[in-house]
Ligand binder design. Structure first.
Ligand SMILES: *Cc1c(COP(=O)(O)O)cnc(C)c1O
Length: 569
């Protein structure tokens, strides 16, 4: 009995003690959580600034509220109806229909002849909706060379290595050599130091996603960072957000200066913290063709001991030849954007853009082979054998590597220098003529290479410091309407937001049609001023994105419908 009592009281004492310990543990844990959360919040606040955080919060709350409201049956039905309509519109524009269209939804029971296959392709090429004719140079970007001679050279290489796969270098040694040489040539073009290294990938997006992976794994292994963050200009390519989403890296998006279109360096500095692994700069960026201040970004990266990736996917084979051409043409000094800049630790360059390689090839380069190692995937314990691959893909098309190698050798430095001269002259002429001849439009920044973007000169983004009142300055032309009127004239240009703008990426095919472009642009502006319809694709889709808080969510749904439609047989 006594022993029983004493053991109970001991148990109680023990319980009390352990519950005290538990309380302490709980408090420590709570404190830890509060501290880390607060730190996160402070970092976020510092990166975005107070006003932007409030706006972010407001947008988030209103979007969430509206999305919740959209669950209400009546609203939901309305939204679904609108979406169904949009879906039908998209299908009508993309999927051929009518009694003459044959749909091949199952394998033919027996193999068809080679002649049948060609005949069927002829038929598909002629079916409505008609494909845009890129030969006339009215398509922005998309096809970068288009010369028959170049196509023949690439096709010969592709045919020769059609069945090759660099996953098996022992079977296809020539393809291995060509891939290594493509990387070596690009490293030389971008003035990489000894010890630098790279790989080819399937395109700019994969180059960027791979770089994000390399920095994530590097920072984890060498700096112990487990909650990585990166700092990205708002004009950087969406591939960085995609890479960050795939790799679990938090992104701080920093605005650009509305006049220079370069990333705000103060904003970048504020966004850097102990978890930052990577800064990003573009040379040149996709939206408006301007380059960030890479030298200044390099200093920030070096001081923080973190990476700086320069996106030259679009700068491609233009930027490396720009200084020389610019000196010859008297265009003025060109800043340095490559490995000569201290602090630049990696660069992506798309061979399949201004390198004129077949689509499906790009190069990602690192200042050191050690950094490249973090891009690799190695599985030494796999049942299928030791598995090692340099990038996302396993099996890869050696034919595209051969095509790229052939294109680079067919062009040579002199060929790329000439193409740089022709393309940049054309872009400069377009920018100069818009400035001189179309005062209601305004060229964004001072684009140094191949892309020219224009907004309405009255866009509020340019208003800072001007004496115009809001009502006076908002009477500009609707530039998306201009883009739609250009589409009616056969031009395929890109719409941008923030500010609303339209861009053209000049290719070799644009060179002979500058006069036509300017003439059409003047007509389009006049028509947009006199008779805006609001019915074109650009005005509708981008209008939707900015008209309400649910706009972006709706645009997201419509974009998904577009992707679904890609797979409608
Ligand atoms: C095209 C482009 C990319 C992405 O390249 P893809 O080849 O389309 O995947 C990345 N950055 C810039 C600046 C680009 O223009």
């Amino acid at each position: 009995m006594t022993s029983n009592i004493s053991s109970t009281s001991m148990l109680a004492r023990l319980n009390r003690r352990s519950s005290r310990a538990f309380e302490t543990l709980k408090n420590v844990l709570l404190l830890y959580l509060i501290l880390t959360r607060t730190l996160k919040a402070i970092r976020h606040l510092r990166a975005r600034g107070f006003a932007r955080t409030i706006v972010d919060l407001y947008t988030w709350v209103s979007q969430e509220t509206l999305l919740l409201a959209l669950r209400l049956p009546r609203l939901r039905a309305g939204v679904q109806r609108e979406l169904a309509k949009a879906r039908l519109d998209i299908e009508a524009g993309m999927v051929p229909s009518g009694p003459s269209v044959t749909r091949h939804l199952a394998l033919p029971s027996f193999g068809q002849s080679a002649e049948w296959i060609v005949a069927e392709m002829d038929k598909m090429d002629s079916e409505a909706p008609a494909h845009a004719d890129w030969h006339g140079g009215r398509v922005s970007g998309a096809v970068y060379h288009g010369g028959d001679d170049m196509t023949a050279v690439i096709l010969a290489a592709i045919t020769r290595y059609a069945l090759s796969n660099p996953l098996h270098p022992d079977v296809f040694p020539a393809v291995r050599k060509m891939e290594a040489e493509i990387v070596a040539m690009c490293l030389r073009m971008y003035h990489a130091p000894d010890g630098a290294a790279g790989t080819t990938t399937s395109g700019g997006t994969e180059s960027i996603v791979m770089a994000v992976k390399a920095y994530r794994d590097w920072a984890r292994a060498e700096k112990g960072i487990t909650e990585p963050e990166m700092v990205v200009p708002e004009t950087a390519h969406a591939a960085f957000d995609k890479g960050a989403a795939y790799m679990g890296v938090k992104v701080h998006t920093v605005p650009v200066d509305p006049i220079t279109r370069q990333v705000d360096l103060k904003g970048v500095r504020r966004a850097i913290n102990a978890n930052t692994i990577l800064l990003v700069g573009s040379a040149i960026n996709f939206p408006d063709g301007n380059a960030d201040d890479i030298v200044a970004l390099g200093k920030l990266a070096k001081n923080a001991g973190i990476g700086l990736h320069v996106d030259s996917c679009l700068g491609s084979f233009i930027v490396p030849f720009l200084a020389e051409v610019s000196a010859e043409e008297g265009w003025g000094a060109v800043p340095i954007w490559d490995f000569r800049v201290e602090g630049v630790t990696s660069i992506s360059c798309d061979t399949h853009k201004y390198g004129f390689a077949p689509k499906g090839n790009s190069v990602v380069m690192y200042r050191s082979a050690n950094l490249r190692r973090y891009q690799y995937y190695v599985n030494a314990g796999w049942v299928g054998g030791v598995y090692a691959s340099p990038s996302l893909a396993g099996s890869r098309p050696g034919a595209l590597i051969a095509g790229t190698w052939a294109a680079m050798h067919y062009m040579g430095s002199s060929g790329y220098r000439d193409s740089c001269r022709a393309i940049v002259s054309t872009a400069r002429a377009i920018a100069a003529r818009i400035r001189a001849e179309i005062p209601v439009l305004r060229v964004l920044g001072d684009p140094p290479a191949s892309v020219v973007a224009f907004a309405s000169a009255a866009d509020p983004i340019f208003r800072k410091g001007s004496k115009l009142s809001a009502s006076e300055s908002s009477k500009g032309v609707d530039v998306l309407e201009v883009g739609d009127k250009m589409a009616k004239r056969g031009w395929h240009l890109n719409a941008l937001k923030g500010p609303a703008a339209v861009h053209i990426a000049v290719t070799r095919l644009t060179v002979p049609v500058v006069d036509q472009f300017i003439a059409d642009l003047k007509d389009a502006v006049r028509e947009a001023e006199l008779a805006p319809s609001g019915k074109g694709n650009m005005a509708r889709l981008y209008g939707l994105g900015t008209s309400s808080a649910v706009g972006p969510a709706m645009v997201g749904h419509i974009a998904e419908a577009f992707l679904d439609t890609l797979y409608k047989a």
